[in-house]
Design a protein around this ligand. Structure first.
Ligand code: FAD
Length: 412
């Protein structure tokens, strides 16, 4: 008998689950309270970075690494590339990052929606799910009843692919977590990730708008928690850019678990120098430019606005001559070039975050991503406690988990 499957959420993972379940012979209905694939349109700055050649579990955050590894083995980057190739989407690769050749995220969304049509998947948009409840005997042998604001229907299995709380404008408002809780799931606390960090320092306003290569070391009680190198963006409230995004999930988790922690970001504005080269550079500069003013002496090393701030922080007068200035203060400026301190107070919220860290614990689902509490309830995508670095890892998780849940729901 053909299985009837409901999927809640028509995002990346929901569409993958629907296509897979239909291809395995199921009759599939997707319930979407917004529009199909809205979030996909804003991915990768509108270009959609949909997977990565360098796929390792270490690039993800989860409390069940073993289960994540087995999922990525079942459906990983090769299967993703093959899946899209079979749908007619030509991909291009840049430094290991995969995009559609057209660099249009809308192509990815369109090609998935087209395939849903080919597979005869019913998509019901602008609908509110009121309840998902176990069926009583009169439900024609079906296990689950899905009640919406317009109708109700009976299904053999339901896949929750509602996304997280990140970027709620795209439809992911966190309502999926409430369904999961009703089925008995405990959530790993859900926090913003891939998001800007806010700092307490008043000098942020002075530096706003600067972009510079840097290494960011996140430190608590003199212990380094994590570090990243890349293009740092300074904003009027703190720090942003890809390296900050990569660190943000860990920072938020740490601050959540250690409420009183004082987190510091030490910024190395000159990561291109190793220690020895830097010592030589300082020595040569001090020897060669003794007759320069402080202002001229430090010109040409860093972004001028940053350097002016460092000179001010060391309490040097820009118009004084180097030879007449306190050497320790000069050395202090050099030291700050390699380790300038920002005091972190948290991050921007869910509306600014690209993903969430946390969600339905992977230890509370089977290898097929079926709930251990509610038979024939499956999960796919960001609703689960898996989030990845920037670089196509989050969409890869959506494809991976969508495929596994869709296949299992149709076959079992
Ligand atoms: C700005 C931005 C850029 C990004 N760029 C990239 C990138 O380049 N590469 C990458 O790998 N990842 C990227 N991501 C992350 C990636 O988009 C997500 O991880 C991925 O889309 C999650 O897929 P999902 O199916 O789990 O959730 P979503 O795509 O959020 O889909 C969930 C769907 O469920 C619907 N829904 C929710 N609750 C209900 C309900 N109660 N009833 C009915 N429908 C419901 C929502 O409307 C939505 O359509 C980016 C994210 C953002 C915000």
């Amino acid at each position: 008998m053909q299985k009837k499957i409901a999927i809640i959420g028509c995002g990346a993972s929901g569409m993958m689950a629907a296509i897979t379940a239909s291809r395995h012979g199921a009759e599939v209905t997707i319930y979407e309270h917004s529009k199909p694939g809205k979030k996909i349109l804003s991915t990768g700055n509108g270009k959609c970075n949909l997977t990565n050649e360098d796929m390792k579990v270490e690039y993800f955050s989860t409390h069940a690494t073993g289960r994540l590894r087995s999922c990525l083995t079942r459906f990983g980057k090769e299967e993703t590339k093959e899946f899209f190739k079979d749908l007619g989407l030509i991909l291009k690769e840049k430094n290991g990052y995969y995009y559609p050749l057209s660099e249009q995220a809308s192509m990815v969304q369109q090609i998935l929606v087209n395939e849903l049509g080919v597979q005869n998947v019913t998509i019901i948009c602008d609908v509110i799910i009121k309840e998902i409840s176990p069926c009583k005997k009169q439900c024609a042998g079906k296990r689950w009843k899905v009640i919406t604001d317009k109708e109700h229907n009976f299904y053999d299995a339901v896949i929750l692919a509602c996304g997280s709380k990140a970027a709620p404008k795209t439809g992911s408002d966190g309502s999926g977590y409430e369904f999961a809780k009703k089925f008995g799931h405990k959530l790993v606390p859900v926090l913003p990730a891939l998001v800007q960090l806010r700092c307490k320092d008043t000098f942020c306003k002075e530096l706003s708008g600067i972009r510079t290569e840097a290494t960011i070391h996140i430190v608590c009680d003199n212990k380094e928690l994590c570090c990243e190198r890349g293009e740092l963006q300074l904003t009027d409230y703190g720090i942003s850019g890809i390296p900050v995004f990569q660190l943000s999930g860990k920072v938020n988790r740490y601050l959540f678990e250690n409420k009183k922690a004082e987190l510091i970001a030490h910024i190395d504005f000159l990561p291109c120098f190793n220690g020895e080269e830097w010592d030589v550079f300082i020595k040569e500069r001090l020897t060669a430019f003794q007759n320069f003013t402080i202002e001229r002496f430090f010109c040409g090393i860093l972004n001028q606005k940053i350097m002016n701030l460092l000179i001010k922080s060391a309490q040097l007068n820009p118009r004084d001559l180097v030879k007449a200035s306190n050497k320790n203060k000069l050395l202090q400026v050099f030291q700050m070039c390699r380790s300038f301190t920002f005091h972190i107070e948290g991050s921007n919220g869910f509306d600014q975050a690209q993903v969430c860290t946390g969600g339905v614990d992977l230890n509370e689902v089977t290898d097929d991503l079926e709930s251990i509490y509610a038979p024939q309830i499956y999960f796919a995508g960001e609703i689960l406690d898996v989030d990845g670095r920037c670089g196509g890892y989050n969409l890869q998780w959506a494809w991976t988990s969508g495929f596994i849940a869709g296949e299992a729901a149709a076959q079992r």
